[in-house]
Design a protein around this ligand. Sequence first.
Ligand SMILES: Cc1ncc(COP(=O)(O)O)c(C=O)c1O
Length: 439
Amino acid sequence: MNDIGRRDFLVRTGLTLGATLLTGASSRALADQQPLQYRFTNWEDFRAQFPLSPQFIHLAAFFLASHPMPVREAIERHRAGLDSDPIGYWYEHEEKQEAQVLQAAADYLGVSPTDIALTDSTTMGLGLLYGGLALRKGQEILTTTHDHYSTETSLRLRAERTGATVRQIPLYRSIKTVSRDELVDSLRKGITPATRIVAVTWVHSSTGLKLPIHEMAQAIQSINRSRNEQDRVIFCVDGVHALGAEDFRLGELGCDFLIAGTHKWMFGPRGTGLVWGHPQAWPVVQAIIPTFNSRAFDQWVENGSSNNLPQSIYMTPGGFHSFEHRWALDEAFKLHQSIGKSRVTQRIYELNQQLKHGLAAMPHVTLHTPLSQDLSAGIVCFDVAGMEPRTVVKKLRQRGIVGSVTPYATQYARLAPSLLNSQQEIDITLGEIRNLRSS
Ligand SMILES: Cc1ncc(COP(=O)(O)O)c(C=O)c1O
């Protein structure tokens, strides 16, 4: 079979046709249904697209998405098709669906689909990227003391495996006085002639602080002007708490790589994510897991190898996935497009401002997230005097409010007003936090 591609093989042997004919009628009917088109009308209707328990005020939606109706419907459609005829449905849909997902992501991000690799999570993207970025002798990775476990551990594993130097710097002295200038300045000063890779997190899940990524990218670009291509600083951003919350066009942001899960603010299927790379930056990374992309696989069948496709393809790891989830991801991007990026960001800002101003006015509460929208997005971290963050979150849950504790060495109570919430819910939440004083 090494003189023909595997697709050819299946077509020639009639397996694709036979598989299609054998498909069960009812599953086929479900699998063939036209996708439902969501049209945004108002926030109450939007909230009704989610099967979230009405018993709770959900302020931890960023943790892991609940599937909205169009995503759920697409998952069920693909599941029915795969269950009734896994190989037939896969051959019929794999190329088309993956292209559709990439196109929807590209349209949303304002980039080319050939520059996007699909992953299963932020963590998978970070691990693959930080494990695979090439470093020459003497070059280092610069990162910060504010990053998530997944960035820090990916870098540590890389260092342990290859001996790469990883250096951590703080970007600010105190969250109370932090400014955009201080953040950009700290990064600029932290970069040395040896720095090849910069790894940061756009919105910190430890404090809710949002970095000025565009200004940081500009500072890096000005450093890069006096460097040759092999020494250029490659700017990598964990953007998981910005994607689906911030209003940006990726092509204009100025970073080299953006890594994100799409199962948090984007409301994509659980177990989905992406890595976007600038066309100039993709050649710097080498894949670790073999891709199952059809073109790459067919080239391997025909020639014994494949190396002339866009690098994003090789950075999309195989083997088989939970395809019903992956292939439903386009629906999440379309859902966001239907609302509009600026309306999404505006709504998240308004609800977060309401919560932060309410908390800031409470004498028994210390707010750890900057009030300014320039320095924060959708995550709010705080402390209640005399109470462990764990206890705060537990007590709030008993009162029907779902939050979380920051999973970092320094822990805070954390609430994240999102598109799933209303002003009234934030008012109720503030009332309950006010009452925590006396309970
Ligand atoms: C900043 C940040 N990066 C990465 C992750 C991990 O994301 P994922 O579950 O998509 O791997 C999280 C939270 O889970 C996070 O807060």
